[in-house]
Design a protein around this ligand. Structure first.
Ligand code: NAD
Length: 265
């Protein structure tokens, strides 16, 4: 299967080139970064530190979509939306890891997904997708007698909080409990907060060092506690999940899919 990389010069893009190259039955079909990037013209394999592939980084996504069976996009929201429309025009399936898409931008992806298969997920880690499904199931089973707290830790450079994954875990827990997350969440606590309101879903954020991403969903009841925890040790897990999703799109009907579809959850 021929898989192209959009955002090839980025941190994830480089890992994706390596991951595709090292996956049996897959070849890197093309590598594209933004016009003006200093990495344009460089060999994609050298960028990914795997030795030359004879494939230079370009800035023409249409050329990539013509060649590839599927493409993986870890860029930025506006670029991703433009890529999705172009991929749909060329009939090239797309895996989208870019985060921070607005509801309007997600609606644009839905338009493109009328013509191609799109897998879009803010966290491509197979482990996190599983954790999310488990959080929903446990919340449903335990009911409101158990207090739900979501704890996350990321490296010192992360600029937003709570993480998109923590929020997705909160959504899953809220779904399990059949409540609205926005109406039930407590995003921070400081000073005299009073007792914990029953039925709320709390968030706590830690930042420091080079932590790739830790997430826990804690269900605290009277006399027992269940902690569901995932710890990412390398960003490679996002690349391997994305390549798995790209392979899954092969022969798939048009539509917008999530990682839980890829995993059959
Ligand atoms: P990065 O800044 O290192 O890389 C982004 C790359 O995209 C850069 O090389 C940039 O030049 C390129 N780019 C920007 N506009 C472009 C365009 N129009 N055409 C082609 N390339 C363009 O960032 P990163 O850490 O690799 O993350 C990229 C995105 O992926 C972010 O939104 C991040 O939050 C997200 N991410 C998602 C997951 C997941 O599992 N879904 C995991 C990690 C990161």
């Amino acid at each position: 299967m021929k898989i192209g990389v959009l955002g090839a010069a980025g941190r994830m893009g480089r890992m994706l080139i390596r991951q595709i190259h090292e996956t049996d039955g897959c070849t890197v079909a093309g590598a594209v970064d933004r016009p003006g990037s200093v990495e344009l013209g460089r060999d994609a394999g050298e960028l990914a530190a795997i030795g030359p592939l004879g494939l230079v980084v370009g800035d023409d996504p249409a050329a990539l979509f013509k060649l590839a069976d599927a493409a993986i996009d870890f860029t930025a929201p506006a670029a991703t939306v433009a890529h999705a429309a172009l991929a749909a025009e060329h009939g090239c399936n797309l895996v989208i890891g870019t985060t921070g898409l607005t509801p309007e931008q997600l609606a644009e992806l839905d338009r493109a997904a009328q013509k191609i298969a799109i897998v879009q997920a803010p966290n491509m880690s197979v482990g996190v997708v599983l954790l999310t499904a488990l959080a929903e199931q446990v919340a449903r089973t335990l009911g409101p007698d158990y207090d739900i707290e979501i704890l996350e830790m990321h490296h010192r450079h992360k600029v937003d909080a709570p993480s998109g994954t923590a929020l997705a875990l909160g959504q899953a827990a809220a779904r399990g409990r059949a409540v609205d997350l926005a109406a039930s969440s407590v995003r921070s606590r400081d000073g005299h907060t009073g007792a914990r309101p029953i039925g709320t879903i709390g968030f706590a954020t830690l930042r420091g060092g080079d932590v790739v991403g830790d997430h826990s969903v804690i269900f605290a009841g009277e006399g027992e506690r269940i902690d569901l925890t995932h710890k990412a040790q390398s960003r490679q897990i996002y690349a391997s999940g994305a390549v798995r999703a790209a392979r899954w799109t092969n022969g798939r009907a048009a539509g917008r899919y999530a990682m839980r579809d890829v995993l059959g959850l």
